[in-house]
Design a protein around this ligand. Structure first.
Ligand SMILES: Cc1cc2nc3c(=O)[nH]c(=O)nc-3n(C[C@H](O)[C@H](O)[C@H](O)COP(=O)(O)O)c2cc1C
Length: 206
């Protein structure tokens, strides 16, 4: 937690399929009184996927939080991915946790190898070195050995690998149901449990 009450969260969006997950997560963070600040970093391919999958193209990328949430997004700050001098690039800045959603195989590799060559990778690297929560919503299929080894490497460094694979056991009816439940699980990992999260109560077996 930061000095004042409320969490500070970084959201990285990379160029994997699943911009809808990012949008749903950002909307929930926007409406969550437990969160006081959200930094948004999007890779160039991430911007392309947001355009392709959500039809959102920002003339001024700083307005992306407003366009994605549909609100004034007052607690959001958009940070250019090339700005490796931003606050979240330093471990001295008190971020509580970060999620990369969706996380491409390329960004996974960069994080797993500690490249820190753009803000997204650097902010993730900082979370690992400061032993803060880092959730990687990896989206690629099928997976090759490089992807699998990078996941192991990131896991060993402290990241949570949370593949963007929705579940079906709770009876989802729509894509929004699938996305919402997945995002609820991600938020839970960030210490922000959601009332809407379906919780399996077990079933009786004869
Ligand atoms: C339409 C489209 C869909 C893509 N989907 C994926 C994907 O699901 N997973 C993935 O790892 N890469 C995917 N890619 C490839 C990445 O965008 C590409 O490797 C890019 O360099 C990743 O850069 P970034 O990690 O900096 O965002 C996709 C690319 C495009 C154009």
């Amino acid at each position: 937690m930061g000095e004042r009450s409320g969490k500070i969260v970084t959201v990285g969006v990379s160029g994997a399929s699943g911009a809808l997950y990012a949008q749903a997560l950002l909307r929930r963070l926007d409406g969550d009184a437990r969160v006081r600040k959200v930094f948004l970093v999007v890779s160039e391919p991430g911007l392309r996927l947001i355009a392709a999958e959500l039809g959102i193209v920002a003339q001024d990328v700083r307005t992306l939080p407003q366009l994605l949430t549909g609100t004034r997004a007052e607690k959001f700050e958009y940070l250019p991915n090339k700005d490796i001098g931003a606050a979240i690039a330093s471990g001295s800045y008190p971020v509580d946790g970060m999620v990369v959603i969706p996380c491409s195989a390329g960004t996974l590799a960069s994080i797993a190898c500690g490249l820190g060559d753009d803000l997204l990778a650097r902010a993730a690297d900082v979370c690992l070195k400061e032993r803060r929560t880092l959730v990687l919503c990896v989206r690629e299929t099928p997976l090759n050995r490089v992807h699998l080894e990078n996941m192991l490497r990131a896991d060993a460094a402290g990241a949570v690998i949370m593949p963007a694979t929705p579940a079906f056991y709770y009876g989802p009816k729509t894509i929004d149901d699938l996305v919402a439940q997945y995002v609820c699980r991600v938020l839970n990992l960030l210490g922000l449990p959601q009332e809407e999260q379906y919780r399996w109560r077990g079933e009786k077996v004869r």
